[in-house]
Design a binder for this molecule. Structure first.
Ligand code: SF4
Length: 329
């Protein structure tokens, strides 16, 4: 790890100013991913600005009936907060399925959005990886790619986004509140926050260097009664998703008034299952209709050598998540 300057920011404006002019400058929240990246030499820092004295850890109701999650609130505090447990149980389930209790106690909400792929080649700096070093190639294409993408990949990168929290936030259509490098606040709809790899796989999101996440806003939603986060993984704890599904329904009797579906473990960003959603609105909430929607969504999947199993797994996961969201086992 290379040596770096370490400072504490006293305000968001001071934090942004301290990093904006430093190409190798980083914000530090919980550090649960950044420290690994620095230790493995995947990233090199000249300056690290600690954010933990900024506040920004509050979880509070918004005037519109939604909830604002402070960027510095810990994942465990967020998942267990009464406002989240009662109004957004989907988010609680997703967060508690992630990582380990120890990591959730350290990791922050803002940092969760910025965590980097766990593609093994990205962390092995001796192998070709366009995300780590653009132009060197992608070792996962033609290599070991069981954990990789089936949607939205490019010939430059087939990595997946590792977060569970973000899959639920995609389904809930959250808004990210950011302090720009000009010191002004701006908001980013969650669907536009993360990127597909395209020809710039080194970029995970559309934040400019030095922009600071201050909060994540959840709108008022009618899904608390009928939602479920299903995570399929190789072991029951401390494993990333092979496939995950965030499912939320608003029902009128047995009829689907509204549905939100997002998938994890299948793309470079949380994958909103728009085709499945379109196939379900106005239909009866039956297993047959859930299965038809899952077929529609997975029809465009493009598997790699090792991960074709994600197609039937993704279909089953959508049906199971919707069934549980409806209230049936
Ligand atoms: Fe690198 Fe992306 Fe290829 Fe993994 S999938 S080796 S992160 S370019």
């Amino acid at each position: 790890m290379q040596a770096f300057n370490f400072t504490h920011a006293k305000s968001p404006a001071e934090a942004v100013a301290a990093i904006a002019e430093k190409p190798q400058g980083y914000f530090l929240g919980g550090g649960t991913n950044l420290i690994d990246l620095l230790k493995e030499d995947v990233e090199q820092a000249s300056d690290i600005v600690d954010l933990t004295r900024l506040g920004l850890a509050e979880i509070k109701e918004t005037p519109g009936g939604g909830v604002m999650l402070g960027a510095l609130a810990k994942n465990s505090d967020t998942a267990n907060h009464p406002l989240i447990r009662t109004r957004y149980p989907l988010l609680t389930q997703a967060m508690l399925s992630a990582a380990s209790a120890q990591i959730r106690n350290m990791a922050t909400n803002g940092g969760n959005l910025l965590q980097r792929t766990r593609c093994m080649y990205f962390y092995d700096v001796g192998t070709a990886c366009n995300k780590h070093e653009p132009g060197t190639g992608c070792s996962a294409i033609g290599g070991l790619n069981r954990m990789h993408a089936i949607f939205g990949a490019s010939k430059e990168c087939v990595a997946t986004h590792p977060s569970d929290f973000c899959v639920a936030l995609a389904a809930l259509e959250a808004t990210v509140h950011v302090r720009g490098v000009d010191g002004k606040p701006r908001t980013i709809p969650f669907a536009e926050f993360h990127r597909l790899p395209g020809d710039q796989p080194q970029r995970d999101n559309d934040l400019a260097h030095g922009e600071l996440i201050e909060g994540i806003e959840l709108p008022a939603l009618p899904f608390a009664k009928h939602s479920h986060y299903l995570k399929v993984r190789d072991r029951a704890s401390y494993a990333f998703a092979l496939v995950s599904v965030a499912a939320a329904l608003e029902l009128d009797g047995d009829k689907i008034k509204q549905v939100r579906l997002a998938m994890g473990g299948v793309a470079h960003k949380p994958w909103r299952a728009a085709q499945a959603e379109a196939a379900l609105v106005g239909k009866a909430a039956t297993e047959e209709n859930f299965a038809a929607a899952a077929e529609a969504e997975l029809a465009d999947a493009k598997p790699l050598e090792d991960n074709a199993f994600k197609i039937p797994l993704g279909k089953s996961a959508i049906v199971r998540a919707l069934t549980r969201a409806k209230g049936e086992a």
